[in-house]
Write a new protein. Sequence first.
Lengths: 266, 251
Amino acid sequence: MTAGVDRSPPGPTRFPPAVRLERLVHRYPNGIEALRGVDLEVPTGQRLALVGPNGAGKTTLLLHLNGLLKATGGRVWICGLEVSAGNHAAVRRQIGYVFQDPDDQLFCPTVLEDVGFGPLHLGLPPEAIGAAVRQALAAVGLPGFEQRVPQRLSAGEKRLVALATVLSYQPEILVLDEPSAWLDPRNRRMLIELLGKLNKTQIVATHDLDLAWDLCDRTVLLCHGQVHADGPTRELLSDRKLLEANGLELPLRLQGVQPATPAQMR
Amino acid sequence: MHEKILTCVEPPLTLLQRLDPRIKIVCALVWAVSVVSLPTRHTRVLTAYGAMLLILVVLGHAEVGKFLRRLAAALPLILLLVGLLPFFSRGQVVWQMGPLQITEQGLESAQRVGVRAVLCLAMVCLLWATTPEAQLIAAMRGLGLPAVLAGAIAFMLRYLYVLRPELHRLWDARAARTVGTAAGVGFRSAANLLGAFFLRAHDRALRVSDAMAARGYQGRSLLLPRDRFQPAQILVGVTFIAVIIGLRWLP
């Protein structure tokens, strides 16, 4: 019997990891190789920060998790289910993908229709959708927003409604692309608190290393389409040399800037 | 900008604002058919329709400024059509200059078409002023408007507010770097700007498409369950239609 990495696909009876990537490669039509053989496993319930400089491949990686991009090479499993053209609906039921720009995510005339869009198109019974919408909006602290129109929401409200659009169908995994972009400090702090309370596997691609510090147990540093470092967040984000070698810098709190407490923000 | 364009109906709501948008659309259609199909020389009926419209504007608490602005925006088109009619109808000539001539029959048909067009347009503006756009789209979809068309209208309304500021930002960036340039350079940079704007809009469309696919969209738009018609609201709609039809019999 030879020792080594188990490459067999995880089956549902083996308590599979929430996400498993095996030698994932993605090459864009213009020849740029955005991902170069990424191996990654995210256990259920873990909060993982994906950090790296611009063009490192973070968003490209996230887009593979629900089959929005087709891998040039390698394989992806979500909750034990291999992502392939035939099972996108099943995979997308497990993944709540929150895009970087809420204006991309909120495309319906009202908040009700936007938050109900996922449950409706992923097969929730129509009579259960109203309750799902109310529950999701309550979870993000915006009860009663059903009839609001997205263009009248503030940036912070848009971000929270964008989160509600995926919470409404109760995915196992939350995937967030730059969740703190365009948020003021108070809304950013509220979002961190909210995400911290959600009992779900979370994968957060971000340049906001303080958010990663506050929220995530584990951090993966991606650079030039490869994993350059993988470890506990506070250990990895304290490594000045590693961060600077990869075009990043220490979180502000390690540079002597103390973040305001939630009480001070209020 | 939103406040100038979007319809926002704040509580407490009037009966007209509360009325099911599907019923309002049906009533507006009956109104349009009734107005357009009135025989010539029914001035009293048209006057009664005009008075009824004014009463509805007042009772509906429609924002008069917005109502008039929207009406005024469409008036040039009506004026253009109505202005041409007197020149193209045969009949007794009342004015002539060279090959151009205005006939009495032409003036009459211009008046007839003009009044009817304004009444129909005013009803559309009233419907719009008392019903938020999102509800109108949902109601049209509920009344059988094809999903593709309803979707196109909804996307247009939604992304007008995203793309317009984007165009402004591009315009400002161009203006900041093209002070005192020659006309040719200015045209070229404006063309570049429009090209960049279309590319950005295209990129956004792709991202929106991804966001839809990520939440289960597979090419078929589904509808959220709609509220059932309330008997009281149906009664209001039937009464309104009865009044419209009843006014046609005015002496």
